[in-house]
Ligand binder design. Structure first.
Ligand SMILES: Nc1ncnc2c1ncn2[C@@H]1O[C@H](COP(=O)(O)OP(=O)(O)O)[C@@H](O)[C@H]1O
Ligand SMILES: [Mg+2]
Length: 258
């Protein structure tokens, strides 16, 4: 097993495959993600994006070689922060933001013991790191979608994991909520060096922070650097509709359907 450290890939797949209910979701998949990456996970509905995250979390078995942070995936790995798809929609109504974040430390045994002072500090720090410190005592149900998503990210982050997996964190957010969420992810990557995989439907809001993308195409998971993946032909094939890649005079890149 390779030692973890500078240069060791955070995620490594070698001839990996996943079979669910006797059906192959994706197979023949090999790639490595360098530490510090910000990688979009893209592909049509049902192509296996959530499945990939579940494999990395040790929730689903895979064939072939899968390594995360230098080891085989194991359930309950505290070195991986996870924000599930539609997570904030499933949280309790009366929960305060700081209590939701504290769940990342105390686990699911809700209310079993009061937090120690050092844990309080970590909760406060995580909220600060997602620009949500002023929301600490607000009920999660009273927050905007973007604010809720940031609190969910704080929960995933509170144990200081080097790797964050986010399943469609931009879904159902308005443009401002998307912008604020992406800004938070960019800062976490820059300041804490967190590596992240972000499942997304639209690359545009993420283009400024991405280093690459895993794209699920034709039953395989592929990885490419951002310049290779932001390619009209590839994206058109992926989405099954004509996509154009446009670079503005300011150098900003975006994609649109032709
Ligand atoms: N709980 C499950 N049991 C069996 N098959 C599942 C389950 N959840 C999803 N699948 C199948 O796995 C495939 C990939 O699903 P998923 O990873 O959720 O796709 P995506 O996140 O890209 O929309 C789909 O064909 C889906 O039908
Ligand atoms: Mg999914």
């Amino acid at each position: 097993m390779p030692a973890e450290g500078e240069g060791a890939p955070v995620v490594r797949l070698r001839d990996a495959a996943v079979v669910r209910d006797g059906r192959t979701v994706w197979d023949d998949s090999s790639f490595e993600l360098p530490a510090g990456s910000v990688v979009a996970v893209i592909g049509p509905n049902g192509s296996g994006k959530t499945t990939l995250l579940h494999v990395l979390l040790g929730l689903l078995p895979a064939r072939g070689t899968v390594e995360v942070l230098g080891s085989r995936p194991t359930r309950g790995n505290r070195r991986i922060g996870y924000v599930p798809q539609n997570y904030t929609a499933t949280t309790g109504y009366a929960v305060r933001a700081r209590d939701l974040v504290a769940l990342g430390l105390s686990g699911d045994r809700w209310g079993v013991r009061p937090l120690r002072a050092a844990e309080h500090d970590r909760v406060s720090r995580a909220l600060r790191d997602v620009a949500a410190a002023p929301l600490a005592d607000r009920r999660v149900s009273d927050l905007s979608g973007g604010q809720q998503q940031r609190v969910a990210i704080a929960q995933a982050l509170v144990d200081d994991p080097p790797l964050l997996l986010l399943d469609e964190p931009l879904a159902n957010l308005d443009m401002r909520g998307q912008r604020e969420t992406v800004d938070v992810l960019a800062a976490l990557n820059r300041e804490r060096g967190v590596t992240m995989l972000v499942v997304a439907h639209d690359l545009n809001p993420l283009l400024s922070v991405l280093t690459g993308a895993i794209y699920l195409l034709d039953g395989h998971a592929h990885y490419a650097g951002v310049d290779a993946v932001v390619d009209a032909e590839l994206l058109s094939h992926l989405y099954g509709t004509q996509v154009k890649v446009v670079r503005t005079a300011q150098g900003d890149l975006f994609t649109r359907t032709a």
